[in-house]
Design a protein around this ligand. Structure first.
Ligand code: ZN
Length: 386
């Protein structure tokens, strides 16, 4: 359900500018940057189509796949695995090949579906956070399955690359880089390494694990990859499940968001960290990024938490819009959040951010995630890039 007059106006504009029966997303065109947060109800998956047609998948989650009692709400339905639906979405957007598949960290709601994607869509380059810092244990079923994915890719000649934090030359346009010099993908964080914002300089924010009490050691979420996409004046940040509000009594360095915010500063759009659950979207992160648009990759009943949503909507932190677009808002979540849930611009759907050629402005399309037709439910913007 969409709850905004702007949505109604936006939809009317789109319908007026197309044939009445055409309620599908207009195809990507050269010069445009598209970011799609794909709704599977089972974790994160995002498709990026760069202005020259270079394609990248960020994560392929599959929480609860194949589990009869799983507490998930598969979209559009449970007839296929999450990975198969992600591949179907890619095909529906005319993406036959991925130049990059990047996995932010080794949890099932971020990597569980990558095997099924890899079986259906060719991948040229796989990037993950590397296996040396905080290696998942051998009995971790998700990581075992991921190793099988890497083996299958290896058989096709694709070797994984570990993210090189601080660099802006690892993920580059592959089709026509010279035509779009203002596009940049900056590797901002992973494994406690965080870009400082100066050149390619990196600082390491985690103390040596051996010096820490067991309960204070860095977690898998804290090791998430963070990326900043730039196109002209426009920028977007996505950071997996990195936390921003340390648990009570935990050390301040555990707010990976703090170091990231210092490096990137004001950011037009950010993908909400850790699904908006209890520990991300700290006050400092929000008031530094000042994002008018936030994409919330929610799937579980704990997404978003009441506190995180309240912070994200707080008009005292910065002026202007705080427009939040959620992939799935579960019924128990809506019931517990109450009236504040009505302030979401979308409470379900594939969230598609379309950045105009040159990066001057962008719009948000919400596509129906309950059927394969993926009809437009609403259009928001244009927003001016800052
Ligand atoms: Zn997650």
């Amino acid at each position: 359900m969409l709850r905004s007059a702007i949505a109604v106006v936006g939809l009317a504009l789109v319908l007026a500018s197309q044939t009445p029966a055409d309620d599908r997303l207009p195809p990507w065109t050269r010069g445009t940057l598209d970011y799609h947060q794909i709704s599977t109800g089972r974790g994160n998956a995002a498709l990026i189509v760069f202005p020259d047609g270079t394609t990248m998948l960020v994560d392929a989650g599959a929480a609860g796949d194949g589990q009869a009692m799983a507490d998930t709400e598969p979209r559009p339905n449970g007839s296929r695995t999450a990975g198969a639906w992600i591949a179907d979405y890619l095909h529906s957007m005319n993406v036959a090949r991925l130049d990059y598949a990047l996995l932010t960290h080794f949890h099932v709601d971020h990597i569980g579906g990558i095997n099924d994607v890899g079986d259906r869509v060719a991948i040229a380059t796989v990037i993950d956070r590397g296996h040396e810092y905080l290696t998942p244990p051998d009995d971790d079923a998700t990581f075992r399955k991921y190793r099988a994915f890497l083996q299958a890719q290896g058989a096709r000649g694709v070797m994984p690359e570990a993210i090189r934090v601080g660099r802006a030359d690892q993920i580059v346009l592959r089709r026509d880089r010279a035509a779009f010099p203002s596009v940049e993908v900056r590797n901002v964080a992973a494994n406690g390494d965080v870009w400082t914002g100066r050149g390619d300089e990196v600082t390491h924010i985690f103390p040596p694990p051996a010096s820490l009490r067991a309960e204070d050691r860095p977690s898998e979420n804290m090791c998430s990859i963070g990326l900043r996409l730039r196109y002209g004046r426009f920028d977007l940040f996505t950071g997996g499940d990195m936390p921003g509000v340390p648990d009570a009594g935990a050390p301040a360095w555990q707010s990976v968001e703090s170091a990231v915010a210092r490096a990137i500063g004001p950011t037009d759009v950010h993908v909400v960290n850790h699904h908006g659950s209890i520990d991300p979207e700290s006050e400092g992160f929000l008031s530094t990024l000042r994002s008018p648009v936030m994409i919330l990759p929610s799937w579980s009943p704990t997404h978003p938490s009441q506190d995180a949503l309240k912070r994200m909507l707080a008009s005292r932190l910065y002026p202007g819009p705080h427009d939040i677009f959620a992939t799935v808002l579960r019924a128990p979540t809506r019931a517990s959040i109450g009236a504040r849930a009505d302030q979401l611009k979308a409470d379900h759907g594939h969230i598609v951010l379309r950045v105009a050629p040159g990066g001057e402005s962008y719009r948000v399309f919400v596509l129906d995630d309950t059927t394969e037709a993926r009809a437009i439910l609403g259009v928001f913007g244009p927003y001016e890039a800052r």
